[in-house]
Design a protein around this ligand. Structure first.
Ligand code: FES
Length: 592
């Protein structure tokens, strides 16, 4: 067939506008010292994959593909990518999917948090390196959505989040179960010898009934809700389970929306504003969200120059009740939340407390999207403000000499009987010490003691693992003890529950007061007064520090060296210091 003359064959013609080197295939040319040649070469290579000039002249939409055999929480990535591509093509764009690191909680040694920042660097640099006018971020498992939002915030182009969606619930002997609150509950029963090895093996087959993310209000669900509250997903993008038609429709819609964002240059900084972060904090508090959500939100905000004021957050918590009745704070699962209308139902209840003018990825404000969502309907998963699950926000911020930089407790998942408590410290020096002694019959421990675990902070472990949910010592578990006050500089899974103080800042590996707690010291926790006090004098603590000085851990080489040299504390999101924005843009939430 004779070749038709095509002006778009000329180098430089594969952008949205032929002269514009900041769009389409002309973006970010590899450096050969001759831009015309660079584009000519790029065009030659991509045509090797069979693309036409017509396709290459469209807005280019990158799709960050985090599908991996090691990540069943992203097991629907192929179907999502197909639907995103359909949406992009229908809207006149050119989809280009590309791989990035994928991080799953159970397949990340030593801990997924150690790799979150690496994934954010990968995401940022691949967005920068490859030509794209907008990017669709496919994430779901705990660290992936924060890593992608951190990376995209730093890269600065239009970006939209697509959540993989929650797994379905399973059934064990007619009881509904789902990862991972029920994982912990059944494991605790097994440890307490309430169920046998055969039954725990049966449970193991039922906890994860399909691909998708954990089905309770753990970190993955929390980050899905936060992403929608930030305005970073299409409306209704947080709640559809992974294997549903609704999730696929969200994916198609996301692809189409990405093309509009590219054309309108709706860059991520226009969406991730102080108001958007404030809305996300409200939602975090009102859903009884994972404490990890706060660390991640702090890290994302830090990429744009916003610092989180923990005291202001605590004040916000006092006027933001928990409304969402999901495990571990309540009774339901994510699929129930979706059937109840998802985030629109929650945001409608929270409306008087929200910044409704915050812009979303649709180009409309949160308030406009809420209007468009309609009036709502009768359901029993999202409570009205007048009848909350818990009268205050899920997370309370504690202060005191044991945590000069603050600590947090998920009060909505704690035992009310232990929230005002003084007890004797039973100290574990690190995770290995805990593993060695916690189940020993020789351990000197009583139910009203306070378990203290050191060296599981950002540098200490390293990577701030989710080891803050210390198990109840076996001899107490056997005697029926279900909860104790537990304190550490680590994190805990959002699916966990109990009277657990986390994120003690600074961490013990930095030589902070937590490092000098000894067996037998008395510790006072008062959640009502937001107090965490080590009842030891300042003079004694100074003397202990002098007797046993502590140097922060170091490493010889590689990523571990970079991590230990640059990771920040929990109050700065555990991000690397050199990845945070160079200048301060504001404090969030703003004090009213
Ligand atoms: Fe992936 Fe829970 S392990 S969301």
């Amino acid at each position: 067939m004779p070749k038709k003359p095509d002006a778009s064959n000329a180098p430089g013609s594969h952008a949205i506008s032929p002269q514009d080197e900041t769009t389409g295939m002309s973006r970010g040319l590899a450096s050969y010292g001759d831009k015309g040649f660079s584009l000519f070469l790029r065009k030659a290579f991509i045509k090797g994959a069979g693309y036409t000039d017509s396709a290459l002249s469209r807005p280019v939409i990158g799709i960050a593909n985090t599908g991996s055999a090691y990540n069943p929480c992203h097991g629907n990535a192929p179907q999502l990518i197909e639907a995103v591509k359909r949406g992009i093509l229908m809207a006149g764009g050119l989809p280009m999917d590309f791989p990035t690191i994928s991080v799953h909680e159970s397949f990340s040694y030593p801990t997924s948090m150690y790799l979150r920042n690496l994934m954010s660097i990968d995401t940022e640099e691949m967005i920068r390196a490859q030509p794209m006018d907008a990017v669709v971020l496919i994430g779901g498992c705990d660290k992936t959505v924060p890593a992608q939002l951190m990376g995209a915030a730093s890269a600065g182009i239009p970006a939209i989040q697509l959540i993989t969606g929650s797994m379905l619930t399973g059934s064990h002997r007619s009881e509904r179960v789902g990862a991972c609150t029920d994982c912990r509950r059944y494991w605790a029963k097994f440890r307490a010898e309430e169920i046998d090895a055969e039954e725990i093996a049966d449970v193991n087959n039922q906890l994860v009934a399909s691909v998708g993310t954990c089905s309770v209000m753990g970190t993955a669900s929390t980050m899905a809700c936060i992403a929608e509250a930030l305005g970073m997903t299409v409306p209704g993008g947080a709640s559809p389970p992974a294997v549903t038609a609704d999730r696929i429709r969200v994916a198609e819609h996301t692809g189409a929306q990405a093309v509009t964002m590219a054309k309108e240059r709706l860059t991520i900084d226009k969406v991730l504003t102080a108001d958007a972060f404030e809305n996300a904090m409200r939602v975090l508090l009102a859903i009884g969200g994972s404490t990890n959500g706060l660390v991640h939100l702090t890290a994302i905000a830090g990429r744009l120059g916003f610092e989180v004021d923990l005291k202001a957050l605590d004040r916000m918590g006092r006027e933001t009740p928990v409304l969402l009745d999901l495990k571990p704070s309540g009774d339901h699962y994510m699929e129930d939340f979706h059937h109840a209308g998802g985030m629109a139902t929650l945001l409608r209840e929270l409306k008087p407390l929200l910044k409704l003018d915050a812009l979303t990825v649709t180009g409309r404000t949160l308030g406009e999207e809420l209007e468009a969502a309609g009036p709502g309907f009768k359901q029993n998963v999202v409570r009205p403000m007048s009848h909350p699950i818990y009268p205050q926000g899920g997370i309370a911020v504690l202060q005191g000499n044991l945590a000069p930089g603050g600590a947090i407790i998920k009060q909505s998942a704690a035992n009310p009987a232990l929230m005002e408590h003084e007890g004797r410290a039973v100290v574990f020096e690190n995770a290995e010490d805990l593993a060695r002694r916690i189940d020993s019959d020789e351990l000197d421990v009583n139910a009203d003691d306070v378990l203290v675990l050191k060296n599981i902070g950002p540098k200490g472990a390293p990577g701030m693992p989710e080891a803050g949910y210390l198990p109840i010592p076996r001899k107490l578990a056997r005697a029926g003890v279900k909860d104790m006050v537990r304190i550490s500089d680590g994190r805990m899974s959002g699916t966990a529950f109990g009277t657990i103080v986390l994120h003690v800042t600074p961490e013990s590996a930095m030589g902070a007061p937590l490092a000098y707690v000894q067996n037998g010291d008395r510790i006072r926790l008062s959640v009502s007064r937001r107090e965490l006090t080590l009842l030891v004098s300042d003079e004694e603590l100074v003397a202990r520090a002098k007797a046993k000085p502590i140097s922060p851990p170091t490493a010889e080489r590689g990523y571990r060296k970079l991590f230990l040299q640059t990771v920040t504390q929990a109050d700065q999101g555990v991000d690397f210091d050199f990845l945070r924005a160079p200048s301060l843009q504001g404090i969030i939430p703003k004090s009213e």
